[in-house]
Each structure stands twice: as structure tokens, then as C-alpha cells.
Design a protein around this ligand. Sequence first.
Ligand code: GLC
Length: 473
Amino acid sequence: MDWTESTRRTFLKQFGAAGAMALAAAGAEAMPRPAAQMHETPGELAADRRQAATRAQRMQWWHQAKFGMFIHWGLYSVIGQHEWAMEVEGVPIPQYEILAKHFKPKPNAARDWARLAKAAGQRYMVMTTKHHEGFCNFDTKLTDYNAVQQGPGRDLVREYVEAARAEGLRVGFYYSLMDWHHPDGARCKTDEAARQRFVAYTHGLIRELMTNYGKIDILWYDVDWPLTPEQWESEKMNEMVFQLQPGIIVNNRNGLPGDFSTPEQHIKPSEAGRAWETCMTLNDSWGFNRYDNAWKTPEVIVDNLATVAKGGGNYLLNIGPEPDGSVPPASVEILETVGQWLDTNGQAFYGTDRCAADFNINANYTRRGNTLYIHQHFWPGHTPAADWLSFYQPEAVIALGGLKPRVLSAKVLKTGQSLKFTQDEFRLRLTGLPIDPPDSPATVIEVQCDGEPTVNHEAMRPLWPRYKVGISI
Ligand code: GLC
């Protein structure tokens, strides 16, 4: 079904009465906590300590991988108004359930996602198995509100797993603890029998996901409203997950610290030693949103990749496929451009280490061991002569204040051009660069140093030799 505004109105009119009754039966629901307050990690817990012993080994591939594809796909994609449409528009459950009959994706849509992820330079994928709406994209014995028994008539999670593996990508499952559809999904907060039923249901679905699809690399929990970690029995949940999938990594959104933190829609490195992953949308919506055209440019994505890597994190970038599974063309275009850039610049990103470098409006930085990568997104385009008497020269110079330690060599990654340079106590000057930027959205310059590179131009401020004011030269 193509969910245009007029079909939506007709639909709401037609099913308004049934919907109103269902809403009355469900009672008023409290608002979930805002995302910013939701994901703070509490202190060390017993289960986390047990998992800490194997963490470095389990997460090795993930730290190397750096870049993943998030996929939000479900009944909300049919509406095409963001994945929160059910709650935001107050769609009654009996009406919303009808979407499940009309969700009829084309076969193996996930193959295109996996190919796109590969082309984009993404090394892992995380797909919504069940979002807040409660619909299971997978086969389950615990509810008939699932893809096999409803419109799709097949297990969409299985197709996704097979598609990701076919492209050599790691496989992650997103799972929302919050459930707007299950009868106990809200009353579990105040009714102990309902809590027990709902927790058994939740653990049961996770058990199926961890049992029926072979090796799974990531379990990505989301929104733990309305229960506390104790009420969710989150320690038991994680222990079951690790028992079934010993090599898996889990995030922190079931209220426990898990293996990594999950800043959402912003880049915020955790303290050193704590893994983190920024998840972000390509426009402003996770689920398909027909008229959300606030697309980020490839320039922004490439710069975000560098900022994330500079802080030692990972970047999980979302697509919201259309109801038939097609990826919005704007997303395809952005991701392919980013992927082409990574083809020649990937070494400045994959497997890099945290980098101590000041902010620079014209460039970003990443680091691997003793190598600094300068990601110059605003190319100088001209340069003053050494005596500053003539400003425009037939070459460009990139100068960097406060770089330590000694530079051994420098080259442009895209063209391989090796660069002449001068370096004194205060700055590095890379010379002989072309007037036009050799690469876009950013040109990466690889600078080999004789120790760990740091860029701290601010520290040089008091050290600058200063002269009297008013002398003419
Ligand atoms: C928030 C939103 C949810 C989205 C998630 C992705 O928790 O509620 O819709 O799936 O962020 O991180």
C-alpha cells in the first residue's frame, strides 16, 4: 500500500471508532524519558565485570571496523512519517496492526542494503529486529505479530543476516525493549504479574534472536522504558546473551554499561578506555520519512568520520528504507560518495587510534601510531611567499602550528605526491601542493613522525617570540 496523505486520512476515518476503543482500553501512557537521560551507564556491576575479561578480544574487529550501517525498517516505513508515528500520531493499536497486512517488501531487499554498505566502506550492519511499535521482523513462536505470519510472509531478519554475510559484513541486531503493542508493555511498571509476563516475553524474543540465526556480532538494545535494569532483569538478559553468543558485543541501552556507549545524533568521546559509538541519521529521521529532505552532505559525513576516529569511536550511520525495502536515492548517493572517498583514504580511518589534536576549522585529524593524517577539507588555494611580499604563488602551502614531534615525511594519500616540508619549533609547512584540492570532500595528507603526533597550537601561544609594537619592516 502506498501511504499517501489521502489514504492516511481515509484510513484514520474508517478505523477511528475501533481505534478510540482500543486507546481507551489501553489507558493513558506516560511519556518516555528523553533520550539524553536514558543511556547513562551506572557503575561497575557483577555481570559487566565478568564480560570485561573478554572485552578487548571480542571488540577487536569492531575497533578496526569503525563504520557501520544502521537500518530502521518496520511497519512505520509504510506510513513514511518517522518511526515514532504510532505514538506521535496516536494511532490506535487495531488500526496500526492493519499496516502489518500491507507491509509487502520486495524479495531480498537486504541484498541491496548490504551491497550499498560495502560500497560505502561500512564494515558492519545493525538492523531493527523489533522497534518500539512491537512488530517482529523475524520468525517467532511468541507472537503472531511477526513478518512470517503477516504481510511479508517471510523472515526479514533471516534475509538480512544472509545478505550481510554474503558481503562479508558483521551482523548486528537492534532490539527495542520498549513495546507500544504488547498488552503488558506499559502496565508492567505497576503490575508485578504483568512485569513477569513481559520480561519473560522480552527475554524469550532475545533468546530466539540469539539462537536462530547463527553467529551474531552485535546486540544493540534500545529504550528501556518503563522498567529499571533490575526490573528488566538485565543482568540475566546479558548473561543469557553471552551464553548463547560468547563472541558478541552489547551496548548500554538495557540499563547496564555493556561493552560500549551510544551517543545519539552527536559525537561525544567517552573517557579513554571506554568504547563508544555515535549513531546518526542521514536526514533527521531513523525510519523512512517521505518529506524529510534534511540530508547531510558527503562533506559533513566525511568530517564526522574523522571527528569520530579522532576521539577513538565508531560511527553507525542510518538508512531508513521505503516500505518495499528500497533505499531512498539521496541516501544511496551520499553513501556511494563517501565510499569512493574511503577507497583511497580508508587507511586514515580504519583501525586508527585516538588523536590528541586541537580543533582546526580548515582541517581535521586522525592518527595511527606515529602517523598523523591531516584531513584538509578547506583547501588553502593560495599561499604567501616566504618573504610575504607576493601573496599568490603557483602552489599551495599547508601550515600547521603546534605539531610535535619531528616530521620524517609527508605525502598526499590520493595522488601519492610526496611533499617537501620545513619544520621549526612552532610550525610545519608542507609545500609544493597544487592550487586546487587534489581530492574531495577532503584531501588527506599522511605525515610520518618520529613519535606520537600531537597538535597543540594553543600551548605555543605564550612561547611565541614577541616583538615591539609599531616597528615597520
Ligand atoms: C531513539 C529513538 C529510536 C531510534 C534510536 C536510535 O532511541 O527512540 O526511534 O531507533 O534512537 O538510536
